[in-house]
Design a protein around this ligand. Structure first.
Ligand SMILES: *Cc1c(COP(=O)(O)O)cnc(C)c1O
Length: 360
């Protein structure tokens, strides 16, 4: 067996210990005689799995009692619609457009009401975050929406926008659990699992209880109402049962490894190794302004498309894979999520050094 260092933006690297446990549990989950994939989601064993996953997540983050945790399907992209469908009262919302995902979320919200961009960094290919200290937010906006870590462009909020008293909604898909989270600052914070948490197919939504409404318009589909899932403990219909189980293993792995404080420290160390190298390299350059750099997704370029392609190919031959940048921006991108060991980043930087020397 050869494991590579996988820098994919998502689905992405998972902790080896988690994969080992899943392997041990595969044929016979702890004496049940069957895999978690095969068992009823209405049974006692599965009920324990999902409850324990939720409790471990609550412990990890410190989620207050007035917030619900939901395990949903449809990817992060389904939230782009669920949020306006469930939250619109005045049918107005303010979006901060910092990349493709925020742009898509805004386009989706416009189907249901008057959603507007109150700030954008499109003018410079989303290579920075706009100033969010004094936004022109419509007085009666139902919420302010951000994408907290921009997976494609590699920017990340270090400080949340001043929403001027409006509810903050955050797509935290690619930074969820990378550092401590102050849940009370959000109305909703959500994440597709396949970036930093687990396998694709489950979306974790943490929502303040008063935003779960039973007075929605008739046309809002049952499956797209937060209330449906909140009332049923995420078991209204068949949940992505196996994926939730794997997420649960990841939560236990995080707890065992010092929780989110320890993870933040480790992530800062890893990112520093890469950014320090980029800052002094004559060949490789980071594409994001320093203050807004993401700790999770690090895009960089050589300035030559041919050299970029050669680098991605040569790196893969060394077991450093999925370094190609998103198709919309080109160049390279190293995603260095929680499960990427420090050795992976060190090996990448050593390889970049060598590549640079050989191509002078
Ligand atoms: C990947 C990603 C999405 C889309 O997730 P899907 O699960 O594919 O719908 C949305 N937002 C962010 C920030 C992402 O990184």
């Amino acid at each position: 067996m050869t494991r590579v260092f996988n820098f994919s933006a998502g689905p992405a690297v998972l902790p080896e210990e988690v994969l080992e446990t899943a392997k041990e549990d595969m044929m016979d989950y702890r004496g049940c005689g069957m895999s978690v994939m095969e068992m009823s989601h209405r049974g006692k064993v599965y009920d324990n799995i999902i409850k324990e996953a939720e409790q471990d997540l609550r412990d990890l983050i410190g989620i207050p009692d007035n917030y619900k945790v939901l395990f949903l399907q449809g990817g992060a992209s389904t939230q782009f619609a669920m949020i306006p469908m469930n939250l619109f009262r005045n049918k107005k919302a303010a979006y901060i457009v910092t990349g493709q995902w925020a742009k898509k979320a805004l386009a989706e919200a416009k189907k249901y009401g008057d959603a507007v961009a109150v700030a954008s960094s499109a003018d410079k290919t989303f290579s920075y975050l706009p100033d969010c200290s004094d936004l022109d937010i419509p007085e009666d906006a139902d919420y302010v929406y951000i994408c907290e870590n921009n997976t494609i462009y590699g920017t990340e909020y270090k400080e949340l926008p001043d929403t001027k008293g409006h509810i903050l909604i955050s797509d935290a898909s690619s930074c969820f659990l990378s550092r401590p989270i102050d849940i009370e600052k959000y109305g909703i914070i959500y994440a597709g699992a396949q970036k930093n948490v687990g396998p694709a197919g489950v979306t974790i939504v943490i929502i303040r209880e008063d935003l779960i409404r039973d007075d929605l318009p008739e046309w809002v589909p049952t499956m797209l109402r937060y209330k449906t899932h909140a009332d049923a403990g995420s078991l209204y219909n068949t949940p992505p049962a196996y994926n939730i189980y794997v997420c649960g293993l990841v939560f236990k792995w995080l707890k065992k490894n010092g929780g989110l404080e320890a993870m933040a420290k480790k992530n800062e160390e890893k990112a520093k190794i890469l950014y320090d190298f980029l800052d002094q390299s004559k060949m490789f350059h980071g594409t994001v302004v320093e203050k807004d750099r993401s700790l999770m997704n690090v895009p960089f370029v050589t300035g030559s498309d041919e050299l970029d392609a050669e680098f991605v190919k040569a790196a893969a031959a060394e077991g450093l894979v999925s370094l190609k940048g998103h198709r919309s921006v080109g160049g390279m991108r190293a995603s260095i999520y929680n499960a990427m060991p420090k050795e992976g980043v060190e090996k990448l930087v050593a390889f970049m050094k060598k590549f640079e020397e050989e191509h002078q």
